[in-house]
Design a protein around this ligand. Structure first.
Ligand code: SF4
Length: 95
């Protein structure tokens, strides 16, 4: 099992991004705006439920649908719930 397939990241479709900047307000710890107002993403794996919830809100808030979450979101969320914590080993999501 590849650890890379067991992580969640937020990604931006650069050509689609219109520079509205809403995402950086919703998820400032992962998204900043470049000099022209376009999203610059910190694509480190998301490893806690709180950041994941905010990332989902950022994805939904983007008016042009330029953001997406990639990775096994539901499986990792279930793993977090099963472990009873908000921060656990995302890269070792084996049952
Ligand atoms: S909200 Fe969407 S369009 Fe606006 S900066 Fe963020 S990714 Fe780009």
């Amino acid at each position: 099992m590849s650890a890379a397939s067991d992580v969640i990241r937020i990604v931006v479709d650069g050509p689609k991004c219109d520079g509205h900047g809403i995402c950086a307000l919703v998820l400032p710890e992962r998204i900043s705006l470049d000099a022209w107002g376009y999203a610059a993403i910190d694509d480190e794996p998301i490893e806690d439920a709180r950041t994941l919830a905010r990332a989902k809100r950022a994805v939904c808030a983007c008016p042009v649908g330029a953001l997406a979450l990639v990775g096994p979101v539901e499986r990792v969320e279930q793993s977090w719930r099963d472990r009873g914590g908000v921060r656990s080993g995302v890269s070792s999501a084996a049952s």
